[in-house]
Design a protein around this ligand. Structure first.
Ligand SMILES: NC(=O)c1ccc[n+]([C@@H]2O[C@H](COP(=O)([O-])OP(=O)(O)OC[C@H]3O[C@@H](n4cnc5c(N)ncnc54)[C@H](OP(=O)(O)O)[C@@H]3O)[C@@H](O)[C@H]2O)c1
Length: 334
């Protein structure tokens, strides 16, 4: 195959905030598949907050990226060469093959996706891992009932935007929390949430109390920090808190936020449950089918921030951790 491969590898383990110099762009030949392998030409790369954790040498649910190794990440791409019985050239696949233009795979990590669902980047967002995360966390753990109040953090983002819309479909009253007026306006006016709070407001506890006059039944946790404390004192008896992520803490070192109001979980019998979407593989097919149908019917809206070029992925990733993305952060590769 003519041309060159480009890869982004981990150059340094960051202490605190990640920097562009923690990544290195590497040029090399396009690899050739062996028997049992395919060559994928990636079209879109997904950037996700969890990747920050993979840069650390710390105990986690998943293996760290080694220094000099290609950064981990999901892509959507086309199979351009196949020596694997279950794939043929031309198949469109999604899978975790990393921050690179071309990748070899043994197929275990790949799933064929419906090429008629466009843009193909949807398979990395609302109809991909973040969408399934929202679906599993809200429906299996949060279990909202009609008339209940659901609060969603990082409400305009890849996961939060799906959580809030699914909660509305289930008949809940939905309050989003997002950074800035533009994101809050989008969440209410485009996504149909009932209310949205700007987390940069000077009195978050009061804003949350005003927005949740009947208390909180489900809180979908994406950010951590002071918002969780403000939520805990508003929770109704038997509230559910799916702990999906804590992005505000991913770059923290000794300034990590300590939750103060956890005692509320006892008196209010609150269920806090951490979860990782890859532990729920049996739920993926039904979730993906439902999410795709909702998108096709126009009942599930989405927004993307698309950065062009693999060389710009590190900058876009740092921006994602700072809230500069508006909707799902994607990198267009081809
Ligand atoms: N458990 C799982 O299996 C699983 C799977 C996927 C994702 N996740 C987690 O889900 C969360 C959302 O992921 P996503 O892909 O949907 O990302 P995203 O919401 O599209 O992007 C991250 C957002 O986090 C918000 N944020 C960043 N720093 C913040 C801070 N200090 N305080 C409050 N908000 C802050 C920003 O939104 P604002 O501008 O609105 O502040 C930013 O846009 C993350 O915590 C991620 O790790 C977990």
């Amino acid at each position: 195959m003519s041309g060159k491969n480009l890869q982004v590898v981990l150059a340094n383990r960051p202490a605190g905030w990640v920097k562009e110099s923690d990544f290195r762009l590497v040029e090399g030949p396009i690899p050739t598949p062996r028997e049992g392998q395919v060559l994928v030409k990636n079209r879109f790369l997904s950037l996700d907050p969890y990747m920050r954790g993979r840069m650390n040498d710390a105990r986690s649910y998943a293996a760290k990226v080694e220094l000099g190794e290609v950064m981990t990440g999901e892509t959507v791409g086309e199979i351009v060469q196949s020596r694997h019985p279950q794939f043929k050239a031309g198949d469109i696949v999604a899978g975790r093959v990393g921050w690179q233009l071309y990748a070899l795979s043994d197929g275990k990590d790949l799933r064929k996706v419906d090429p008629s669902l466009e843009p193909l980047s949807l398979h990395l967002g609302t109809v991909g891992m973040p969408g399934v995360t929202a679906w599993v966390g809200l429906l299996d753990i949060g279990q909202p009932k009609p008339g209940e109040t659901v609060v969603v953090a990082a409400a305009s983002g890849a996961v939060g935007s799906v959580v809030g819309q699914l909660a509305k479909i289930k008949g809940a009253r939905v309050v989003g929390v997002a950074g800035g007026k533009a994101k809050c306006d989008y969440v209410v006016n485009e996504l149909g949430f009932d209310h949205c709070i700007d987390h940069r407001t000077s009195d978050l506890a009061k804003a949350l109390a005003d927005a949740t006059p009947k208390g909180i039944d489900v809180y979908f946790e994406n950010v951590g920090g002071p918002l969780l404390d403000a939520v805990l004192v508003r929770c109704n008896p038997f509230a559910r808190i799916p702990l999906c992520g804590m992005v505000s803490q991913y770059n923290a070192t000794d300034d990590r936020y300590g939750v103060k109001n956890l005692m509320m979980a006892v008196g209010m019998r609150i269920k806090l449950q951490g979860f990782i979407v890859s532990d729920h593989l049996e739920r993926w097919p039904v979730a993906l089918k439902e999410l795709a149908s909702l998108v096709r019917e126009g009942k599930l809206k989405y927004r993307e921030t698309v950065t062009a070029g693999l060389e710009n992925a590190p900058r876009a990733f740092i921006g994602l951790l700072k809230g500069e993305n508006f909707g799902k952060q994607i990198v267009k590769l081809a």
